[in-house]
Design a protein around this ligand. Structure first.
Ligand code: COA
Ligand code: AMP
Length: 633
């Protein structure tokens, strides 16, 4: 079916459309009810269906003759190792580890935190939880102890799965001290913990903490079978940054997720079972959940698990080497990685060393692909480069070129077309639907398609406040943008306090809370400003308390250290600027958007509600003095 017909059907007859797609997976019990409302009056998909996601990702393929095909290829330039795991071997490993978890008392509905680097055991841990119906919550390894602690308190896990260390470029990050600190901060006390010892840095295990490999070797537990689950039982919780300091636990269910992800592999990415698919991200982010672990395995692909960076592991040719060595057919990563590669290898000399003829399509997401990087990629790769748009909340793309349906041309700077299932509209502040070329809030008409979040863990009112109340009847994505006259969607950036730093989603509100807690600070604003390599980076504007005479450089290093300690180094909070005043509305609200526009040297409308317009000139001056906000040549 062509994209246009498929899209139309998905919007006009969603139940018929998704019932058909649901036939693509192997249910324990096929759902009789396709779309219904739950107790919160929320839309739910396939509520009376029964299945197990781990079964679909593993057992199903082994039973159907795919057992000897590679399921995972772990390629780790930081440890100089490669491990290839077939579907049969992965099933054995997952069933065995699930048996261990079960013997430790983990059962359906229990939460398990996974705080691990990009190693196969992270995938094993996730799939073992899914096998038992336990709800995993993977926390990105770059997060500091306080962030881990807040996720422990919110999800109240029975167990933490961890590793002794992660490996960054030329540095080892011991995880055990971070986990210990997080456990000491958290009010909720986690009873069980299993730690994978990596030879690069062994952890001293405390009493009651289990060594992953020793436990597996010594276990007498039976490998665990997949538990039959309801379609709407949660599969995982993934925390994501919002406007406040408290991250939101995005809940993903089993049935809608499996149906949507499998559909996306075929329709959006144009892949078939047996293809080699690589998403260079991290299992701690949604891209890792959806397109390193679940979607490729649900379809029966070979997925690459890459422990490294686009550059310096060992050089800017590492992506091309992986594509060549494993014959990657479809590749997906964040534009920021390519900007880093281009900076080091602008003439793509390193690409000439490798044969990447297996590669059919490149997908990019996580932030807008700037036209210059897009053109560079098209020039050097000579294959379709598709910018596509989605977010943790949806779990799969909302806009893209549908590679499996039609081969429409891409447009530089655009995330392309609405994906079937997503009725995307652009709304004004007053909820009017805007026309072509008009910028507004990018929203999705409810019901969201299968796979998207049904709620926020533990607090449905947070879901309603964050996503539904602003434009009743629509899901608020938090992005601003417009459709052009040809129906291409352009995402122009967040309309809230979320920023995207080197492909990592962060909250400036959270950084502001940390900065404001410093003794010297009377008031502050943290905003994300444009950065050539990382897309955006945060800066802090500070008003000091009367009588404070700490030198600005010292203050900056103290504040930078605080944000590194409380959120993590990957927040890239490196610059603070002292100012006398901040622009505010008459009711006292800081006009952060305008600060951002001044810093990015963009035009802005003079807000009618501004308290004192002269402050804008002062802000421009302090930013200019700091080398920010000047026109770029
Ligand atoms: N664990 C611990 N620390 C981490 C970390 C992790 N998983 N990830 C990043 N950090 C640290 C880095 O070591 C660095 O520390 P430093 O300030 O002490 O040197 C700091 O955070 C900043 O790291 P980063 O912003 O990643 O910069 P970089 O120069 O090391 O790398 C990129 C730049 C663009 C190559 C890298 O950020 C990247 O690959 N980004 C893509 C991320 C991605 O795939 N996101 C998913 C979207 S699909
Ligand atoms: P995350 O939840 O970490 O995946 O981040 C989602 C956010 O990243 C979106 O709300 C957008 O702001 C941004 N984003 C993701 N993909 C794109 C894209 N292709 N173009 C523009 N912004 C994007």
């Amino acid at each position: 079916m062509s994209y246009k017909l498929e899209y139309q059907k998905s919007i006009e007859k969603p139940e018929e459309f998704w019932e058909e797609k649901a036939k693509g997976i192997s249910w324990h019990k096929f759902p009789m009810t396709i779309l219904s409302k739950d107790d919160n009056q929320n839309d739910r998909w396939f509520c009376d269906g029964e299945l197990n996601t781990s079964y679909l990702a593993l057992d199903h393929h082994v039973i159907n003759g795919r057992g000897d095909q590679l399921a995972l290829i772990y390629d780790s330039p930081v440890t100089n190792s490669i491990r290839k795991i077939t579907y049969r071997a992965l099933l054995d490993e997952v069933a065995c580890f699930a048996g261990v978890l079960k013997a430790e008392g983990i059962e359906k509905g229990d939460r398990v935190i996974v705080y691990m680097p990009m190693i196969p055991e992270a995938v094993v841990g996730m799939l073992a939880c899914a096998r038992l119906g336990a709800i995993h919550s993977v926390v990105f390894g770059g997060f500091a102890a306080k962030e881990l602690a807040s996720r422990i308190d919110d999800s109240e896990p029975k167990m933490i799965l961890s590793a002794s260390c992660g490996i960054e470029v030329e540095k080892i990050i011991p995880y055990k001290p971070l986990v210990d600190e997080a456990r000491s901060f958290a009010k909720h006390k986690v009873k069980h913990s299993i730690v994978l010892q990596r030879e690069q840095c062994l952890a001293d295990l405390d009493e009651g903490e289990m060594d992953w490999k020793e436990t597996i070797n010594a276990t007498t537990a039976e490998p665990a079978d997949a538990v039959v689950l309801s379609s709407i039982d949660p599969l995982y919780i993934l925390y994501t940054s919002g406007t406040t300091g408290k991250p939101k636990g995005v809940v993903r269910d089993n049935g809608g997720h499996a149906v949507a992800l499998k559909y996306s592999m075929e329709a959006v990415y144009g892949v078939k079972p047996g293809d080699v698919f690589w998403a260079a991200s991290d299992v701690g982010w949604v891209v890792g959940h959806s397109y390193i672990v679940y979607a490729p395995l649900l379809l029966g692909c070979t997925s690459i698990l890459f422990e490294g960076k686009p550059v310096r592991t060992p050089d800017a040719g590492t992506f091309w080497r992986v594509i060549q060595d494993h014959k990657v057919e479809v590749f997906f990563t964040a534009p920021t990685g390519f900007r880093a590669i281009r900076k080091e290898d602008p003439d793509s000399r390193l690409l000439e060393k490798y044969d990447i003829s297996s590669l059919r399509t490149l997908f990019v997401a996580g932030e807008r692909t700037d036209p210059s990087t897009y053109e560079w990629l098209k020039k050097i790769l000579k294959i379709p480069v598709i910018d596509h748009w989605w977010q943790t909340e949806t779990g799969w793309p909302m806009a893209s070129i549908l590679k499996g349906l039609d081969d429409f041309e891409t447009k530089a700077g655009s995330a392309n077309f609405a994906v079937p299932g997503y009725d995307i509209k652009i709304l004004s502040e007053n909820h009017e639907i805007l026309g072509h070329g008009e910028i507004g809030d990018v929203v999705v008409k409810l019901p969201l398609p299968p796979g998207c979040l049904p709620t926020v863990w533990g607090d449905h009112s947070r879901y309603l406040d964050a996503y539904v109340h602003q434009h009743p009847g629509f899901f608020l994505t938090g992005d601003g943008g417009f459709f052009d006259e040809d129906g291409y969607l352009f995402i122009m950036g967040r309309t809230d306090d979320v920023i995207n730093v080197a492909g990592h989603r962060l909250s400036t509100g959270e950084m502001e809370e940390i900065v404001a807690a410093h003794d010297a600070i009377a008031e502050c604003a943290v905003v994300g400003i444009e950065d050539k390599e990382k897309g955006q980076v945060p800066i802090g504007l500070l008003i000091l308390k009367d009588g404070v005479n700490t030198p600005p450089e010292q203050l900056q290093s103290e504040l930078v250290a605080m944000v590194r300690k409380e959120i993590g180094a990957f927040a890239n909070f490196r610059k603070t600027i002292v100012t006398q005043r901040l622009p505010k509305t008459r009711s006292g609200k800081i006009l952060r958007k305008i600060i951002r526009k001044i810093a990015d040297h963009q035009a802005y409308d003079f807000p009618a509600t501004i308290d004192d317009p002269e402050v804008l000139g002062e802000i421009e001056q302090v930013l200019n003095d700091a080398g920010i906000g000047l026109p770029t040549s």
